[in-house]
Design a protein around this ligand. Structure first.
Ligand code: AMP
Ligand code: GLY
Length: 420
Protein backbone atom coordinates (compact mmCIF):
# COMPACT_ATOMS: atom_id res chain seq x y z
CA UNK A 1 0.00 0.00 0.00
CA UNK A 2 0.98 3.67 -0.29
CA UNK A 3 1.05 5.84 2.82
CA UNK A 4 1.12 9.62 3.22
CA UNK A 5 2.53 11.42 6.27
CA UNK A 6 1.55 15.02 6.99
CA UNK A 7 4.29 17.08 8.66
CA UNK A 8 7.98 17.87 8.46
CA UNK A 9 9.52 17.44 11.91
CA UNK A 10 11.57 14.89 13.80
CA UNK A 11 8.36 13.17 14.83
CA UNK A 12 7.34 12.66 11.21
CA UNK A 13 10.80 11.37 10.22
CA UNK A 14 10.61 8.87 13.11
CA UNK A 15 7.12 7.77 12.00
CA UNK A 16 8.38 7.43 8.43
CA UNK A 17 11.42 5.35 9.51
CA UNK A 18 9.22 3.14 11.69
CA UNK A 19 6.75 2.53 8.84
CA UNK A 20 9.63 1.70 6.49
CA UNK A 21 10.17 -1.46 8.55
CA UNK A 22 6.75 -2.73 7.54
CA UNK A 23 6.81 -5.16 4.63
CA UNK A 24 3.39 -4.03 3.44
CA UNK A 25 4.30 -0.53 2.28
CA UNK A 26 5.19 0.25 -1.32
CA UNK A 27 5.74 4.01 -1.19
CA UNK A 28 5.63 6.67 1.51
CA UNK A 29 4.86 10.29 0.60
CA UNK A 30 5.76 13.04 3.08
CA UNK A 31 3.86 16.32 2.95
CA UNK A 32 6.28 18.14 2.87
CA UNK A 33 8.90 16.12 4.84
CA UNK A 34 12.52 17.16 5.34
CA UNK A 35 15.98 16.16 4.10
CA UNK A 36 15.87 13.03 6.28
CA UNK A 37 12.56 11.79 4.90
CA UNK A 38 13.74 12.47 1.34
CA UNK A 39 16.23 9.58 1.72
CA UNK A 40 13.53 7.03 2.62
CA UNK A 41 10.32 8.47 1.13
CA UNK A 42 9.07 10.89 -1.51
CA UNK A 43 8.81 14.47 -0.30
CA UNK A 44 5.80 16.22 -1.81
CA UNK A 45 5.01 19.92 -1.70
CA UNK A 46 1.40 20.72 -0.80
CA UNK A 47 -0.50 23.60 0.75
CA UNK A 48 -1.72 21.95 3.95
CA UNK A 49 -4.39 24.62 4.44
CA UNK A 50 -5.98 23.86 1.07
CA UNK A 51 -7.78 20.58 1.76
CA UNK A 52 -9.34 20.34 -1.73
CA UNK A 53 -5.94 20.50 -3.43
CA UNK A 54 -4.49 18.04 -0.94
CA UNK A 55 -7.33 15.62 -1.64
CA UNK A 56 -6.66 15.76 -5.38
CA UNK A 57 -2.96 15.11 -4.80
CA UNK A 58 -3.68 12.15 -2.49
CA UNK A 59 -5.98 10.66 -5.13
CA UNK A 60 -3.50 11.28 -7.94
CA UNK A 61 -0.69 9.59 -6.00
CA UNK A 62 -3.00 6.67 -5.12
CA UNK A 63 -2.32 6.99 -1.41
CA UNK A 64 -4.26 4.45 0.66
CA UNK A 65 -3.72 5.88 4.14
CA UNK A 66 -2.88 9.31 5.56
CA UNK A 67 -1.19 9.75 8.96
CA UNK A 68 -1.25 13.25 10.43
CA UNK A 69 1.71 14.25 12.64
CA UNK A 70 1.16 17.84 13.87
CA UNK A 71 -1.73 19.48 15.68
CA UNK A 72 -2.65 22.29 13.29
CA UNK A 73 -4.22 20.19 10.51
CA UNK A 74 -6.02 18.10 13.17
CA UNK A 75 -7.49 21.16 14.88
CA UNK A 76 -8.40 22.55 11.43
CA UNK A 77 -10.48 19.44 10.70
CA UNK A 78 -8.33 17.64 8.11
CA UNK A 79 -9.48 14.24 9.41
CA UNK A 80 -13.18 15.08 9.01
CA UNK A 81 -12.56 16.40 5.50
CA UNK A 82 -10.55 13.40 4.30
CA UNK A 83 -13.01 10.93 5.81
CA UNK A 84 -15.91 12.67 4.11
CA UNK A 85 -14.01 12.18 0.88
CA UNK A 86 -13.53 8.45 1.58
CA UNK A 87 -9.80 8.74 2.23
CA UNK A 88 -8.49 6.55 5.07
CA UNK A 89 -6.90 8.72 7.72
CA UNK A 90 -5.36 8.23 11.18
CA UNK A 91 -5.94 11.02 13.69
CA UNK A 92 -8.68 12.59 15.81
CA UNK A 93 -11.67 14.53 14.51
CA UNK A 94 -11.97 18.30 14.71
CA UNK A 95 -14.16 18.12 17.81
CA UNK A 96 -11.89 15.67 19.63
CA UNK A 97 -8.89 17.85 18.68
CA UNK A 98 -10.35 20.60 20.84
CA UNK A 99 -8.55 18.79 23.66
CA UNK A 100 -5.45 20.52 22.30
CA UNK A 101 -7.08 23.32 20.29
CA UNK A 102 -8.78 24.91 23.30
CA UNK A 103 -7.28 24.81 26.77
CA UNK A 104 -10.61 26.06 28.13
CA UNK A 105 -12.48 23.12 26.51
CA UNK A 106 -10.12 20.75 28.31
CA UNK A 107 -10.34 22.58 31.63
CA UNK A 108 -14.14 22.47 31.52
CA UNK A 109 -13.99 18.74 30.76
CA UNK A 110 -11.66 18.28 33.75
CA UNK A 111 -14.11 20.11 35.97
CA UNK A 112 -17.12 18.12 34.79
CA UNK A 113 -15.42 14.72 35.16
CA UNK A 114 -13.34 15.45 38.26
CA UNK A 115 -10.05 15.05 36.42
CA UNK A 116 -7.18 16.28 38.63
CA UNK A 117 -5.71 19.50 37.24
CA UNK A 118 -4.55 22.92 38.48
CA UNK A 119 -7.32 25.14 39.88
CA UNK A 120 -8.25 27.72 37.29
CA UNK A 121 -10.41 30.63 36.25
CA UNK A 122 -11.52 31.82 32.81
CA UNK A 123 -11.74 35.57 32.17
CA UNK A 124 -13.29 37.53 29.30
CA UNK A 125 -11.30 40.76 29.36
CA UNK A 126 -8.34 42.57 30.89
CA UNK A 127 -10.41 44.24 33.61
CA UNK A 128 -11.93 41.00 34.94
CA UNK A 129 -8.52 39.30 34.85
CA UNK A 130 -6.81 42.11 36.75
CA UNK A 131 -9.47 42.09 39.47
CA UNK A 132 -8.80 38.39 39.96
CA UNK A 133 -5.04 38.96 40.21
CA UNK A 134 -5.60 41.01 43.35
CA UNK A 135 -6.57 37.80 45.14
CA UNK A 136 -3.77 35.59 43.74
CA UNK A 137 -0.68 34.21 45.35
CA UNK A 138 2.30 34.04 43.00
CA UNK A 139 3.59 32.31 40.95
CA UNK A 140 0.55 31.83 38.74
CA UNK A 141 0.22 30.61 35.15
CA UNK A 142 -1.47 32.71 32.44
CA UNK A 143 -2.48 30.95 29.21
CA UNK A 144 -3.89 31.94 25.83
CA UNK A 145 -6.78 29.66 24.88
CA UNK A 146 -5.99 28.44 21.34
CA UNK A 147 -2.99 26.88 19.59
CA UNK A 148 0.08 29.05 20.10
CA UNK A 149 2.87 26.75 18.85
CA UNK A 150 3.93 26.09 22.45
CA UNK A 151 4.26 29.79 23.24
CA UNK A 152 0.98 30.98 24.81
CA UNK A 153 1.93 30.00 28.38
CA UNK A 154 3.39 32.45 30.90
CA UNK A 155 4.69 31.33 34.28
CA UNK A 156 4.36 34.59 36.24
CA UNK A 157 6.37 35.21 39.40
CA UNK A 158 4.98 38.70 40.00
CA UNK A 159 1.87 40.82 39.59
CA UNK A 160 3.64 42.99 37.01
CA UNK A 161 4.59 39.99 34.86
CA UNK A 162 1.00 38.66 35.05
CA UNK A 163 -0.48 42.01 33.99
CA UNK A 164 1.88 42.07 31.00
CA UNK A 165 0.96 38.54 30.01
CA UNK A 166 -2.77 39.25 30.16
CA UNK A 167 -2.39 42.42 28.10
CA UNK A 168 -0.25 40.66 25.48
CA UNK A 169 -2.82 37.90 25.10
CA UNK A 170 -5.82 40.27 24.79
CA UNK A 171 -3.80 42.46 22.41
CA UNK A 172 -3.76 39.51 20.03
CA UNK A 173 -0.20 38.18 20.34
CA UNK A 174 -1.53 34.64 19.71
CA UNK A 175 -4.48 35.57 17.48
CA UNK A 176 -7.82 37.04 18.45
CA UNK A 177 -8.34 36.35 22.17
CA UNK A 178 -11.80 36.29 23.69
CA UNK A 179 -10.75 34.62 26.90
CA UNK A 180 -7.74 34.02 29.05
CA UNK A 181 -7.03 31.18 31.44
CA UNK A 182 -5.38 31.82 34.80
CA UNK A 183 -4.11 28.78 36.65
CA UNK A 184 -2.58 27.75 39.92
CA UNK A 185 1.14 26.92 39.55
CA UNK A 186 1.80 23.22 40.16
CA UNK A 187 5.19 22.20 41.45
CA UNK A 188 6.28 18.66 40.67
CA UNK A 189 7.95 16.67 37.91
CA UNK A 190 6.56 16.61 34.40
CA UNK A 191 5.83 13.43 32.47
CA UNK A 192 4.58 12.88 28.93
CA UNK A 193 2.16 9.95 28.86
CA UNK A 194 0.74 8.46 25.65
CA UNK A 195 -2.12 6.25 24.61
CA UNK A 196 -3.34 5.14 21.21
CA UNK A 197 -7.07 4.72 20.67
CA UNK A 198 -9.39 3.37 17.98
CA UNK A 199 -12.44 5.14 19.42
CA UNK A 200 -13.63 2.03 21.29
CA UNK A 201 -10.52 0.77 23.02
CA UNK A 202 -7.17 2.24 23.90
CA UNK A 203 -3.69 1.01 24.75
CA UNK A 204 -0.91 2.67 26.64
CA UNK A 205 1.75 3.87 24.19
CA UNK A 206 4.72 4.60 26.43
CA UNK A 207 5.93 7.55 28.45
CA UNK A 208 8.81 9.98 28.20
CA UNK A 209 10.36 12.94 29.89
CA UNK A 210 10.75 15.97 27.68
CA UNK A 211 13.21 18.82 28.45
CA UNK A 212 11.41 21.95 27.31
CA UNK A 213 13.71 24.68 28.57
CA UNK A 214 16.53 25.86 26.34
CA UNK A 215 19.33 25.83 28.95
CA UNK A 216 20.90 23.09 31.04
CA UNK A 217 19.33 22.47 34.44
CA UNK A 218 15.88 23.29 32.96
CA UNK A 219 16.60 27.02 32.86
CA UNK A 220 15.78 29.68 30.29
CA UNK A 221 13.00 29.97 27.75
CA UNK A 222 10.50 27.31 26.76
CA UNK A 223 11.17 25.54 23.47
CA UNK A 224 9.44 22.81 21.46
CA UNK A 225 11.69 20.33 23.31
CA UNK A 226 15.49 20.06 23.58
CA UNK A 227 15.61 16.33 24.23
CA UNK A 228 13.83 13.47 25.94
CA UNK A 229 14.26 10.01 27.33
CA UNK A 230 11.83 7.10 27.52
CA UNK A 231 10.33 5.66 29.65
CA UNK A 232 9.93 8.43 32.22
CA UNK A 233 11.78 7.65 35.45
CA UNK A 234 8.48 8.18 37.30
CA UNK A 235 6.66 5.31 35.59
CA UNK A 236 5.30 2.58 37.84
CA UNK A 237 2.32 0.27 37.66
CA UNK A 238 0.67 2.17 40.46
CA UNK A 239 1.12 5.57 38.78
CA UNK A 240 0.05 4.21 35.36
CA UNK A 241 -3.16 2.93 36.92
CA UNK A 242 -3.90 6.31 38.49
CA UNK A 243 -3.23 8.14 35.20
CA UNK A 244 -5.49 5.82 33.24
CA UNK A 245 -8.31 5.75 35.78
CA UNK A 246 -8.29 9.37 36.94
CA UNK A 247 -7.32 11.14 33.72
CA UNK A 248 -7.44 9.15 30.47
CA UNK A 249 -10.64 7.14 30.96
CA UNK A 250 -12.82 10.05 32.17
CA UNK A 251 -11.55 12.08 29.20
CA UNK A 252 -12.51 9.39 26.69
CA UNK A 253 -15.89 9.09 28.41
CA UNK A 254 -16.31 12.87 28.25
CA UNK A 255 -15.79 12.78 24.49
CA UNK A 256 -18.29 9.92 24.13
CA UNK A 257 -20.83 11.98 26.08
CA UNK A 258 -20.30 14.73 23.49
CA UNK A 259 -21.17 12.16 20.82
CA UNK A 260 -17.66 11.89 19.52
CA UNK A 261 -14.70 9.61 20.12
CA UNK A 262 -10.93 9.71 19.98
CA UNK A 263 -8.99 7.95 17.23
CA UNK A 264 -5.26 8.57 17.21
CA UNK A 265 -2.45 9.25 19.64
CA UNK A 266 -3.40 11.13 22.79
CA UNK A 267 -0.59 12.78 24.73
CA UNK A 268 -1.26 13.75 28.33
CA UNK A 269 1.18 16.37 29.62
CA UNK A 270 1.21 15.64 33.34
CA UNK A 271 2.63 17.10 36.52
CA UNK A 272 3.37 14.36 39.04
CA UNK A 273 3.21 15.54 42.64
CA UNK A 274 3.95 12.96 45.36
CA UNK A 275 3.07 10.13 42.97
CA UNK A 276 -0.29 11.73 42.07
CA UNK A 277 -0.94 12.81 38.45
CA UNK A 278 -2.36 16.23 37.50
CA UNK A 279 -3.25 17.10 33.91
CA UNK A 280 -1.39 20.16 32.60
CA UNK A 281 -2.50 19.87 28.98
CA UNK A 282 -3.56 17.46 26.28
CA UNK A 283 -2.01 17.14 22.85
CA UNK A 284 -3.89 15.17 20.21
CA UNK A 285 -0.78 13.73 18.56
CA UNK A 286 2.58 12.22 19.44
CA UNK A 287 5.05 14.49 21.21
CA UNK A 288 8.13 15.85 19.52
CA UNK A 289 10.86 14.84 20.61
CA UNK A 290 9.07 12.16 22.68
CA UNK A 291 8.00 10.25 19.55
CA UNK A 292 11.65 9.93 18.49
CA UNK A 293 12.37 8.07 21.74
CA UNK A 294 9.21 5.95 21.85
CA UNK A 295 8.98 4.56 18.32
CA UNK A 296 12.48 2.99 18.34
CA UNK A 297 11.30 1.02 21.41
CA UNK A 298 8.22 -0.35 19.62
CA UNK A 299 8.63 -3.96 18.42
CA UNK A 300 5.18 -4.33 16.89
CA UNK A 301 4.69 -3.23 13.27
CA UNK A 302 3.47 0.40 13.50
CA UNK A 303 1.44 0.06 10.31
CA UNK A 304 -0.47 -2.89 11.79
CA UNK A 305 -1.22 -0.86 14.93
CA UNK A 306 -2.50 2.14 12.95
CA UNK A 307 -4.47 -0.06 10.59
CA UNK A 308 -6.10 -1.77 13.57
CA UNK A 309 -7.13 1.63 14.93
CA UNK A 310 -8.75 2.63 11.67
CA UNK A 311 -10.61 -0.69 11.58
CA UNK A 312 -11.65 -0.31 15.26
CA UNK A 313 -9.75 -3.48 15.97
CA UNK A 314 -7.04 -2.31 18.37
CA UNK A 315 -8.24 -4.82 20.98
CA UNK A 316 -6.83 -7.64 18.85
CA UNK A 317 -3.31 -6.16 18.71
CA UNK A 318 -0.63 -6.86 21.29
CA UNK A 319 1.90 -4.07 21.62
CA UNK A 320 5.43 -5.39 22.24
CA UNK A 321 8.27 -3.16 23.34
CA UNK A 322 12.05 -3.54 23.51
CA UNK A 323 13.44 -3.54 27.05
CA UNK A 324 16.06 -0.92 26.24
CA UNK A 325 15.61 2.70 27.26
CA UNK A 326 16.07 5.44 24.74
CA UNK A 327 17.32 8.99 24.78
CA UNK A 328 17.20 11.85 22.28
CA UNK A 329 19.30 15.01 22.10
CA UNK A 330 18.08 17.76 19.79
CA UNK A 331 20.70 19.73 17.88
CA UNK A 332 19.35 23.28 17.42
CA UNK A 333 20.31 26.37 15.43
CA UNK A 334 22.16 28.97 17.49
CA UNK A 335 19.70 31.61 18.69
CA UNK A 336 16.70 29.23 18.98
CA UNK A 337 14.02 29.67 20.39
CA UNK A 338 14.48 33.33 19.38
CA UNK A 339 15.97 34.45 16.08
CA UNK A 340 18.20 32.01 14.22
CA UNK A 341 19.61 31.62 10.73
CA UNK A 342 18.40 29.11 8.15
CA UNK A 343 20.10 27.72 5.04
CA UNK A 344 23.35 26.79 6.72
CA UNK A 345 24.90 23.69 5.22
CA UNK A 346 25.31 20.67 7.50
CA UNK A 347 28.43 19.03 6.19
CA UNK A 348 29.81 15.64 7.24
CA UNK A 349 26.37 14.23 7.97
CA UNK A 350 26.97 11.25 5.68
CA UNK A 351 30.28 10.57 7.44
CA UNK A 352 28.62 10.02 10.82
CA UNK A 353 28.81 6.32 11.64
CA UNK A 354 25.70 5.08 13.44
CA UNK A 355 25.77 1.85 15.46
CA UNK A 356 22.72 -0.42 15.37
CA UNK A 357 20.20 1.09 17.77
CA UNK A 358 21.27 4.67 16.99
CA UNK A 359 19.35 6.98 14.71
CA UNK A 360 19.42 10.52 13.39
CA UNK A 361 15.94 11.90 12.75
CA UNK A 362 15.88 15.15 10.82
CA UNK A 363 13.62 18.06 11.84
CA UNK A 364 14.39 21.52 10.40
CA UNK A 365 16.43 20.40 7.39
CA UNK A 366 16.04 20.54 3.63
CA UNK A 367 17.94 19.10 0.72
CA UNK A 368 19.26 21.07 -2.25
CA UNK A 369 21.62 19.68 -4.90
CA UNK A 370 22.25 16.64 -2.69
CA UNK A 371 23.41 18.85 0.18
CA UNK A 372 21.64 19.17 3.53
CA UNK A 373 20.84 22.66 4.88
CA UNK A 374 19.24 23.83 8.12
CA UNK A 375 15.63 24.93 7.83
CA UNK A 376 14.35 25.52 11.36
CA UNK A 377 15.22 26.02 15.01
CA UNK A 378 15.29 22.36 15.93
CA UNK A 379 17.45 20.72 13.28
CA UNK A 380 18.50 17.12 14.04
CA UNK A 381 17.48 14.55 16.65
CA UNK A 382 20.21 12.17 17.81
CA UNK A 383 18.66 9.06 19.34
CA UNK A 384 19.99 5.85 20.79
CA UNK A 385 18.53 2.99 22.78
CA UNK A 386 20.43 0.80 25.19
CA UNK A 387 20.36 -0.62 28.71
CA UNK A 388 22.45 2.29 30.02
CA UNK A 389 21.11 5.81 29.46
CA UNK A 390 24.22 7.55 30.72
CA UNK A 391 26.46 5.70 28.26
CA UNK A 392 23.89 6.37 25.56
CA UNK A 393 23.99 10.07 26.33
CA UNK A 394 27.80 10.12 26.10
CA UNK A 395 27.63 8.29 22.77
CA UNK A 396 25.18 10.88 21.42
CA UNK A 397 27.32 13.78 22.61
CA UNK A 398 30.32 12.19 20.82
CA UNK A 399 28.27 11.85 17.63
CA UNK A 400 27.21 15.49 17.77
CA UNK A 401 30.81 16.54 18.43
CA UNK A 402 31.91 14.43 15.43
CA UNK A 403 29.42 16.29 13.25
CA UNK A 404 30.79 19.56 14.62
CA UNK A 405 28.15 21.73 12.93
CA UNK A 406 29.28 25.31 13.46
CA UNK A 407 25.77 26.74 13.77
CA UNK A 408 24.52 24.18 16.29
CA UNK A 409 24.02 23.99 20.04
CA UNK A 410 22.46 21.37 22.30
CA UNK A 411 21.86 20.41 25.94
CA UNK A 412 24.37 17.92 27.32
CA UNK A 413 22.26 17.19 30.40
CA UNK A 414 19.20 15.40 28.99
CA UNK A 415 18.00 12.99 31.69
CA UNK A 416 19.92 14.81 34.43
CA UNK A 417 17.30 14.04 37.07
CA UNK A 418 17.95 10.30 36.69
CA UNK A 419 21.69 10.68 37.16
CA UNK A 420 21.73 13.24 39.98
P1 AMP B 1 1.61 23.87 28.02
O1 AMP B 1 1.76 24.58 26.70
O2 AMP B 1 0.26 23.94 28.63
O3 AMP B 1 2.23 22.51 27.98
O4 AMP B 1 2.60 24.63 29.02
C1 AMP B 1 3.96 24.72 28.74
C2 AMP B 1 4.74 24.41 29.97
O5 AMP B 1 4.39 25.33 31.00
C3 AMP B 1 4.43 23.04 30.57
O6 AMP B 1 5.16 22.03 29.97
C4 AMP B 1 4.82 23.26 32.02
O7 AMP B 1 6.21 23.18 32.15
C5 AMP B 1 4.41 24.69 32.26
N1 AMP B 1 3.08 24.77 32.89
C6 AMP B 1 1.89 24.92 32.28
N2 AMP B 1 0.89 24.96 33.17
C7 AMP B 1 1.46 24.86 34.39
C8 AMP B 1 0.96 24.85 35.74
N3 AMP B 1 -0.33 24.99 36.01
N4 AMP B 1 1.85 24.71 36.74
C9 AMP B 1 3.16 24.61 36.49
N5 AMP B 1 3.70 24.61 35.26
C10 AMP B 1 2.87 24.73 34.22
N1 GLY C 1 7.34 17.87 23.37
C1 GLY C 1 6.28 18.76 23.48
C2 GLY C 1 5.27 18.66 22.44
O1 GLY C 1 5.34 17.85 21.56
O2 GLY C 1 4.32 19.44 22.50
Amino acid sequence: MNVGIIGSGGREHAICASLRKSGKIKEIYCFPGNAGTSFIAKNTEADLTNFEELKKLIQKLKIDLIIIGPEKPLVDGMVDFLKKNKIKVFGPSKIASQLEGSKIFTKNLCKKYNIPTANFGVFNNVKESLLFLDKCEFPIVVKADGLAAGKGVYICETLEHSVNAIKEIFNGKFGVAEKVLIEEFLEGEEMSFFIISDGENYKKFGSAQDHKRVLEGDKGKNTGGMGAYSPSRLESEDLNKKILEKIVEPTLKGLKDLDTDFVGFLYAGLMIIKNEPFLIEYNVRMGDPECQTILPRLKTDLLEVIDACINKNLKEIKLDWFDEKSICIVLCSKGYPDKYQNNIEIKKLEKIKLEDNSYIYHAGTKIKDSKVYSNGGRVLNFVTKSKNLKESRNDLINLINDLNWENGFFRKDIGFKIFE
